[in-house]
Design a protein around this ligand. Structure first.
Ligand code: ATP
Ligand code: MG
Length: 388
């Protein structure tokens, strides 16, 4: 799902052997892929698709989409839209159901094969089916709201308790600014600015309050740079943080302070996962990319939202413990002795209020938290409340 605009993090590999032919690569691909023609008849499928659909490729060649799923399946709309708009369409949580097949929570991508454009037969579509964390993360993400409300009153008390010590910290930092040398002044300013940011957050919405926040054009690279600086002067001072940015990214439609909060939480988790692991070797990579033509359907909404800005926080830590995967975004879920378990709960809430999506892909050695956010609409002067 990472768009090709992302600068490679490692130098490209030099191939010492001739590459395998494309058919062999498709066969080896662990993602279910099928090709359908303009009449929605199956043309071919890879072995992963045979296993996923429980139909052999020789059988599939005699079938059409309508033989495999019921007439009201979302797949038909998806394919039609991909063909009409000539763009990649992704839909989460699709139900594939017929007497011969039952799969729920499937993420489907419909990719128009543009080479077939204008051919006599019409445009073919490649479909991929994935039953993995993206869909489950999305589910959790969307069902998070109720859980967030249950901690709202607790958050109000917490916010109240945070304000007093915070003004002390701010005052002390301000005093230091005027007395320390140039080198330390930068740190004192950082403390004051961070105290201001926390106070602004606490004042405006409480940590889990329901008040709408204003959104404007936000340069996400400045936000990431700020977060990287904070991390490297504090909790991630010992870690390497790589950047792989698409510099042409348009501004995000968001709230700057909240996006700092989100990315700080994700980078902090990434740093903690590496530090807490036995090897303590590792690095964090911050990535941005523009996903052309990417539209997502949100369960329960007929409208497909355009969320082309992808921001990824990757770490090389041990991955999310399997026992936590289903409750990751719930408040108070933590594996850390001093953790509150509120970090990801707050991230999910803020991204939800931005009308964005989040997905998690985690294996030992590589964990990606990926945010999808809307672009700032040119015609908007700003200050629209951020309700999806
Ligand atoms: N990048 C990651 N790698 C591995 N596990 C992670 C990662 N991010 C989150 N987790 C797991 O998810 C749990 C919940 O994270 P969350 O940020 O909500 O709370 P926390 O980090 O434990 O506490 P707090 O954020 O309040 O300090 C973590 O305790 C950890 O087990
Ligand atoms: Mg955390």
């Amino acid at each position: 799902m990472i768009a090709p605009q992302v600068r490679p993090i490692h130098p490209p590999l030099t191939l010492v052997r001739p590459p395998p032919d494309p058919a062999a690569m498709l066969s080896a691909l662990p993602i279910a892929c099928v090709l359908i023609d303009a009449q929605n008849r199956f043309v071919t499928a890879n072995p992963a698709a045979e296993a996923f659909l429980t139909v052999s490729v020789s059988q599939l060649r005699h079938l059409a989409l309508a033989d495999l799923v019921g007439p009201d399946c979302a797949l038909f709309g998806l394919v039609a839209q991909a063909r009409r708009d000539e763009t990649v369409i992704i839909e989460h949580d699709v139900l594939l159901e017929s007497p011969r097949l039952r799969r729920s929570g499937v993420t489907v991508q419909a990719v128009p094969v543009t080479e077939s454009r204008g051919s006599e037969e019409g445009m073919s579509i490649m479909l991929t089916f994935q039953d993995e964390s993206a869909a489950r993360a999305l589910d959790r993400h969307l069902s998070f709201r109720n859980a967030a409300r249950s901690v709202a009153s607790m958050a109000e008390i917490l916010a109240h308790e945070v304000k007093n010590p915070l003004s002390g910290i701010r005052g002390a930092a301000q005093l230091l600014e005027n007395t320390v040398g140039d080198c330390d002044r930068e740190l004192a300013i950082l403390i004051r600015e961070e105290a201001d940011r926390i106070r602004a957050l606490v004042d405006r919405m409480g940590m889990f309050g329901e008040a709408p926040v204003s959104r404007d054009a936000v340069n996400i690279h400045r936000v990431l740079e700020h977060v990287r600086r904070l991390a490297q002067t504090g909790f991630a001072a010992h870690l390497r943080i790589n950047e792989a940015y698409d510099p042409s990214l348009p501004p995000v439609w968001g709230n700057r302070d909240q996006l700092v909060q989100v990315l700080l939480n994700l980078v902090k988790n990434a740093a903690e996962s590496i530090t807490d692991s036995v090897t303590a070797q590792g690095e964090i990579t911050l990535m941005t990319a523009y996903q052309h033509g990417m539209r997502m359907a949100i369960p329960g909404q007929s409208r497909r939202v355009h969320l082309p800005l992808a921001i990824t926080v990757r770490d090389t830590g041990p991955g999310i413990p399997p026992s936590m995967r289903d409750t990751l975004f719930d408040p108070f879920v933590t594996s850390k002795p001093a953790g509150t378990g509120l970090g990801l709960a707050l991230v999910a809430k803020i991204i939800g209020e931005h009308g964005g999506l989040m997905e998690v892909d985690s294996h030992p050695g590589r964990t990606d938290f990926r945010l999808f956010l809307p672009v700032f609409p040119e015609e908007t002067a700003g200050s629209a409340p951020g309700r999806p």
